[in-house]
Design a protein around this ligand. Structure first.
Ligand SMILES: [Zn+2]
Length: 444
C-alpha cells in the first residue's frame, strides 16, 4: 500500500539541505520510498497537504516525563535548590502516576511535531515496580517512538551527594534491572519503536563506580549512554571540590567521552571541552528553555556546531520547562544562539536541523531525522494558511520565527498519530483529566 502526500513544501534535511516547493513524499507501508518535486508518481492513495511545510518528525533528546506531575514548583530556585525541593515530592511516584505523566508529556510532544522521544527516568523509590514499562506502554498507545532509559542515583546526601538517602539505590540492583529491561524492551533494528539507554543521573547524584560500571554494561549490551553534565556553575564547583577537576575532565576519566554517549545541557563548556567533545564524538542535548528557567545560562551551541559536535534538542522535564513543546525549543535554540552570537549565529533551517537530523544523530539513529528514500516515514505537516504566517515570503523561516503552532498532521512509521491538530489514538481531554487525578497526590 503506497500513499502520496502531495502539494507541500518539503524540507528534507538531507546532507545537501534539499527542499521541494510543490513537492511530494511517497510512503510505502512504514518507509519513505521517494521524495521530490514536479510530476507526481502513482500511488494507491493521494493526500493533498494544501501547501503545508513538511519537515521530518522532531526528535526529543532529553526529558523526564514523570515531572509533568510537579509543574510550577520551586519557581525562583537554582538547580540544586530546585532539586532538593523536588526529590521528596518525586519519591511518591508509582506506575499509575508514571503512566498518567507519560501520557500527558508524550501527547504534548506529539502535538508539537515530535515523533521520537528520549526519556531519562532516574527516580526509583524502593518497592515501586513497572515505572519504565508504564511509560513505554503510554508511548506505544499514542504511537510515538520512545527511547526509554534505566537511570540511577547511588550517591546520597550522607555520602556527599545531593539526593536524599531513601532515593538512592544499590549498584548491583541498578545494573541487574537495567539488563532485565534491555532484554525485555530494546529493539536493535531500524524503525525500532522502543529502545533503551543506560543513564546514571549526574556527577552529584551518582558515584564514579556506578558511572564506570554503567558504561561497561551499556557497551556489552550495545546500548547508548546518557547523563546530565555541566548544567550550572554550582555543579562545576561541586566537581572541583569532590573530584578535584571540572565536569568534562571527570567524565573523561570515567571513560565517558565517546561516540556512544550524549550529555544533557553542557552549558558550561570551555573551548577545550568543546574540542574534546568533537574529538571523541560525544553528543549534546541542548535544552535552552530549561536552562533559562533555572537561570543556568546558555550553552555555546554555535561553537559546538562549528567544532563538529553532534547536537540535538530537548524540552527537559516539565518541572523545569513546564511546556513539552519541542518546536518551541527549535525557536528558542535560534533565539538564544542569536542572543549569544548575534543575528547570524543560527538560521531557521539550522534550528530545524537541530530538532530533527541533529536529534537523530545524538540518539545514533540513522533511520529517522530526514526525509529520504529508505528512512522511516516520520514527518510533520505544518499549515501555512493561518493568521501567523500572513505576509511571510519564506514559509520555512515563518514556521520557526512565528512558531510554535500545532501541526496539522504528524505521521510515525507511515501512520498518522495527529490529524487536523488532534491526537488520533487518544482523547486529549481524557488524558488531561486522568493526569489531574494522579497529580493531586503530588501537591504540597
Ligand atoms: Zn534533565
Amino acid at each position: 500500500m503506497t500513499t502520496l502526500y502531495a502539494n507541500a513544501h518539503v524540507v528534507t534535511m538531507d546532507d545537501a539541505g534539499s527542499e521541494h516547493q510543490g513537492g511530494w513524499l511517497l510512503v510505502d507501508d512504514e518507509m519513505i520510498s521517494a521524495v521530490g518535486g514536479g510530476p507526481e508518481p502513482q500511488a494507491d492513495v493521494r493526500i493533498d497537504l494544501g501547501a503545508a511545510v513538511v519537515t521530518p518528525g522532531l526528535v526529543n533528546t532529553h526529558h523526564h516525563l514523570y515531572q509533568t506531575l510537579t509543574r510550577t514548583r520551586a519557581q525562583e530556585a537554582d538547580l540544586f535548590t530546585w532539586l532538593r525541593t523536588l526529590y521528596p515530592v518525586w519519591s511518591r511516584i508509582d506506575a499509575e502516576s508514571e503512566y498518567a505523566a507519560a501520557r500527558t508529556g508524550l501527547a504534548e510532544l506529539a502535538l508539537s511535531g515530535c515523533t521520537t522521544v528520549f526519556d531519562h527516568h532516574y527516580v526509583f523509590p524502593r518497592g515501586r515496580e513497572g515505572l519504565i514499562e508504564a511509560e513505554v506502554q503510554a508511548a506505544l498507545e499514542l504511537g510515538v517512538r520512545i527511547v526509554a532509559s534505566r537511570g540511577s542515583m547511588d550517591l546520597g546526601v550522607s555520602d556527599g551527594g545531593l539526593p536524599p538517602d531513601e532515593l538512592v539505590e544499590d549498584i548491583d540492583a541498578v545494573l541487574a534491572e537495567t539488563e532485565r529491561l534491555a532484554a525485555d524492551l530494546h529493539e536493535p533494528g531500524p524503525c525500532a519503536r522502543v529502545q533503551l539507554a543506560v543513564a546514571p543521573c549526574s556527577p552529584f547524584s551518582v558515584t564514579g563506580r556506578l558511572m564506570e560500571e554503567s558504561a561497561a554494561l551499556a557497551r556489552r549490551l550495545g546500548l547508548p549512554l546518557h547523563t546530565h553534565l555541566a548544567e550550572t556553575v554550582e555543579e562545576e564547583e561541586y566537581c572541583l571540590e569532590l573530584y578535584g577537576c571540572r565536569p568534562v575532565e571527570y567524565l573523561e576519566r570515567l571513560g565517558w567521552l565517546a561516540d556512544d554517549v550524549w550529555c544533557a545541557h553542557c552549558v558550561h563548556l570551555s573551548e577545550d571541552d568543546i574540542a574534546r567533545f568533537a574529538g571523541t564524538g560525544t553528543g549534546v542535548a541542548h535544552c535552552p528553555t530549561s536552562n533559562l528557567r533555572l537561570g543556568a545560562g546558555v550553552a555555546p551551541v554555535r561553537d559546538m556546531l562549528d567544532a563538529g559536535v553532534r547536537v540535538g534538542l530537548g524540552v527537559d522535564g516539565s518541572a523545569s520547562n513546564e511546556r513539552s513543546d519541542l518546536f518551541f525549543e527549535v525557536k528558542q535554540a535560534l533565539l538564544v544562539a542569536r542572543g549569544r552570537g548575534g543575528g547570524t549565529a543560527m538560521t531557521a533551517r539550522d534550528a530545524i536541523r537541530l530538532g530533527t537530523r541533529g536529534g537523530a544523530a545524538v540518539l545514533r539513529r540513522d533511520d529517522i531525522g530526514s526525509l529520504e528514500p529508505g528512512k522511516c516515514a516520520d514527518f510533520v505537516a505544518w499549515g501555512t494558511s493561518g493568521l501567523e504566517l500572513g505576509g511571510a515570503d519564506d514559509p520555512v523561516a515563518g514556521i520557526v520565527f512565528a512558531g510554535p503552532q500545532r501541526p496539522e498532521l504528524v505521521v510515525v512509521g507511515g501512520e498518522p498519530i495527529v490529524r487536523e491538530g488532534e491526537l488520533v489514538r487518544a482523547e486529549e481531554a481524557e488524558i488531561a483529566r486522568a493526569h489531574r487525578a494522579e497529580a493531586r497526590r503530588f501537591l504540597p
